[in-house]
Design a protein around this ligand. Structure first.
Ligand SMILES: [Zn+2]
Length: 233
């Protein structure tokens, strides 16, 4: 019932996405763990790396705070705060420097009005509403579609289009923050050429999780479209 008609073809679409998601997640964990044990060239903690990068970019007003959870690292454009997880904040590892630099990459994007980040921030409230609607209306939409009423399903599809667009616009934001991070770490002599391999592995694995999330959202959209198509026959 839940997979609906057209489920055969859908399963062949979703399996590679599930495998990619699991692969990306395991790469994030293994690379993060491996390179949190290796000291970075500068010997600076994530917090020190972040403060120096921000200072060098004229962003000393951006706060660097110590977050609570593992891998909770993020930049908030609203409060202009780089929040680093405890391990990243405190450790002078390659992982810590890479993640701190990536979050500062977002702060630089914000300060230079990088287009995709602007769009992402502007549509964020709509996306929050849409993703709530999507999760509430999907099941009901599918049930009603089998009874010949596709109104709710159409709303759920629209909500998934918005959510998927958000995942798509997230990709350039994330890839650009990582490429800025690598350039800054090298330019400011925080990571040696040899250690840069580790930085690339840590940041590329994280980027892959965003690709997987985008594809998972896209596949849900495809599934709903298949159900919509079959319910109209
Ligand atoms: Zn990011």
């Amino acid at each position: 019932m839940y997979l609906g008609m057209g489920s055969f073809s859908y399963i062949w679409l979703i399996i590679p996405v599930l495998i990619l998601s699991m692969y990306a997640q395991s790469k994030v964990n293994s690379n993060y763990t491996k390179f949190s044990k290796i000291r970075n060239t500068s010997g600076k903690t994530g917090a020190e790396v972040a403060r120096e990068i921000l200072m060098r970019n004229g962003l000393s007003h951006v706060q660097v705070i110590r977050g609570q959870r593992k891998l909770s690292d993020h930049y908030s454009p609203r409060t202009e705060t780089v929040s680093l997880s405890p391990e990243v904040y405190d450790k002078p590892s390659i992982s810590a420097a890479s993640i701190a630099a990536h979050e500062c990459g977002h702060a630089v994007q914000h300060a230079t009005a990088y287009g995709p980040l602007n769009i992402r921030s502007q549509i964020a409230p709509v996306v929050q509403f849409a993703s709530g609607a999507a999760s509430m209306l999907t099941f009901l939409g599918i049930v009603l579609a089998y009874r010949g009423n596709i109104t709710i399903l159409n709303i759920a599809i629209l909500a998934y289009v918005i959510v998927t667009l958000f995942h798509v616009i997230t990709l350039p934001v994330e890839f650009n923050a990582s490429s800025r991070a690598m350039t800054m770490l090298a330019d400011y002599n925080m990571i040696s050429e040899e250690d840069m391999e580790g930085t690339k592995k840590v940041l590329n694995a994280a980027a892959l999780t965003y690709v997987a999330a985008m594809l998972a959202s896209l596949m849900t959209l495809v599934r709903l479209l298949l159900i919509r198509g079959s319910s109209r026959d």
